[in-house]
Design a protein around this ligand. Structure first.
Ligand code: NAP
Ligand code: MG
Length: 481
């Protein structure tokens, strides 16, 4: 491969869509039935890779939220809390199996609606989502073993609100542990990516889960706020931006509701001079460019030890030139479409801020489709620690690069952030890994890898990245008292 290999042409390898059946209009899934929104309002969901309309989605009002909460309460009191735990487990297991059967359909819909490369939705999102249901199905009848010598009890009705970057996976992270712990659910997906949650509702319907145990209602921010403010909800689980997380925290603080918040991030990826450089470069690319940087724990701040900085940046630029940006349905695509026009303009705003702050920008010179929302992978060098682009979450394929000389310096720089969700450390030495992982203020720290997930390991943040953990036993505990 030459240094400039951006002239490589791949023959397109498009994933088929003929097996996908979307309804023209989606209603609300409440009490096991498809219900029209009370105000008869719908909004369009589009494919961000070509701006074409995919379907109309119901916009739930306060009255619809109330209906969903009532259905969840009734199902909790009359059915789900009375059911033997081993029976509950069977339903969760059945949902997991049905999701696997529909895996290809779910992956394609995720890509159509959200813009992420099919390779990601097929190989990461959908299998991980299934695994979450399998994992928690296994715990459902072993809660007493999971928490020995403690009197445990389910909470009741959980209101769950999720973002657009991992729509199906976030739904699985929320629904599976809630059900395993014996709760019922009202879930709202993000307005730009409702379709896989609605497909999941169809799967849940097919699974024969008793009516009202899971209710899926769609809408905008006001629908989310109505869930948060509903008096008969026992627990709010929210994943999304820190700004909305703060609003939610304020509104529940005067109530008895439990709350867990999984919020934004600005995670540090740290490359020490003894790191395996080629693997580290791959880890940087995986950490920020795959999935368009639409990852809460994206390694969006790179810290490279000074002695290897030149080599790392040179190799990174070379690798970036071979990234394939384009149609998310193409199996060659590394970087798909930005989720929405609004998100694209936010990213572009930050790129301009970086330029105005005096940082040096490098962008891949690839062609991008003329329709749809795309952003070229971008890096900034010569970045000040206090700059806006190194402090604020951009949520796009934009990386800031800084250098450091000593370990103490990089610990201080990495921790100098309002966020604390994740971090990466690349080094040959185990002792350095232990030293850094014990001093970095981040909920998840990867060593010599990045963005790896497993249902058994808890995930969550410090500081403005939120509190509470999802995954593993911690994730179960969040739905028990
Ligand atoms: P967002 O704007 O906060 O939206 C998240 C969800 O909240 C959406 O369903 C949204 O509905 C809803 N919502 C909006 N306003 C609300 C309100 N006042 N009350 C209740 N709900 C409300 O976040 P986003 O832009 O979708 O997602 C990106 C953010 O999520 C990033 O900051 C990212 O870091 C974070 N994230 C964190 C994690 C984690 O595990 N820590 C994981 C993934 C993403 P609408 O879509 O209709 O506005
Ligand atoms: Mg969409």
């Amino acid at each position: 491969m030459t240094e400039s290999n951006n002239n490589w042409e791949y023959a397109p390898s498009l994933e088929g869509t003929s097996h996908i059946q979307l309804k023209e209009k989606y209603d609300l899934f409440i009490d096991g039935k498809w219900v029209k929104p009370s105000n008869n309002r719908y909004f369009d969901t589009i494919n961000p890779s070509n701006e074409e309309k995919l379907a109309e989605i119901a916009w739930a009002s306060d009255a619809d939220v109330d209906l969903a909460v009532k259905a969840a309460r009734k199902a909790y009191v009359e059915v789900w809390s009375k059911m033997k735990a081993s029976e509950r487990a069977k339903y969760i297991f059945r949902i997991a199996r049905l999701m696997q059967e529909h895996a290809r359909e779910l992956a394609v819909i995720e890509t159509l609606d959200g813009g992420k490369p099919i390779r990601e939705s097929r190989d990461i999102d959908v299998p991980l989502a299934c695994n979450h249901f399998f994992y928690y199905a296994g715990w459902a009848d072993k809660l007493q073993d999971a928490f020995p010598n403690r009197m445990i009890q389910s909470l009741g009705v959980a209101g769950q609100i999720i973002p657009w970057n991992f729509p199906l996976l976030m739904a699985a992270w929320k629904i599976a542990p809630a059900l395993a712990a014996g709760n019922t659910v009202v879930l709202k997906p993000a307005e730009t990516t409702s379709l896989t949650a609605l497909k999941l509702a169809e799967i849940i319907e097919q699974s024969g889960l008793p009516a009202g145990v899971v209710n899926i209602i769609t809408g905008h921010g006001d629908t989310g706020a109505a869930i948060v403010n509903h008096p008969d909800i026992d627990k709010i689980a929210f994943t999304g931006s820190t700004a909305v997380g703060k609003l939610i925290q304020k509104s529940v603080i005067v109530t008895a509701k439990r709350v867990s918040l999984e919020l934004g991030g600005k995670s540090a990826n740290i490359i020490l001079e003894d790191a395996p450089i080629d693997q580290a470069v791959e880890g940087i690319v995986n950490g920020i460019f795959f999935n368009q940087g639409h990852v809460c724990c994206a390694g969006s701040r790179l810290y490279v030890q000074e002695s290897i900085a030149e080599e790392v940046v040179r190799k990174l630029k070379q690798r970036m030139q071979s990234l394939y940006v384009g149609n998310p349905l193409d199996k060659n695509t590394d970087v798909g479409a930005i989720n929405s026009k609004e998100q694209l303009s936010t990213i572009e705003k930050y790129i301009n801020i970086g330029i105005n702050e005096g940082a040096d920008m490098f962008q891949v010179e690839c062609e991008i489709p003329s329709k749809g929302f795309y952003c070229r992978p971008t890096i900034f060098t010569n970045v000040a620690q206090s700059s806006v682009i190194s402090q604020e979450e951009i949520f796009g394929p934009v990386l800031t690069i800084q250098t450091f000389r000593t370990i103490d310096e990089v610990i201080q720089k990495a921790n100098n952030s309002p966020y604390g969700l994740a971090a990466g450390v690349w080094t040959d030495k185990g002792s350095r890994i232990f030293n850094l992982t014990s001093k970095l203020r981040a909920g998840v720290i990867w060593a010599n890898t990045y963005n790896k997930f497993d249902p058994a390991s808890p995930f969550g943040g410090y500081k403005e990245s939120g509190f509470g953990r999802e995954g593993g036993l911690h994730g179960l505990e969040a739905y028990l008292k």
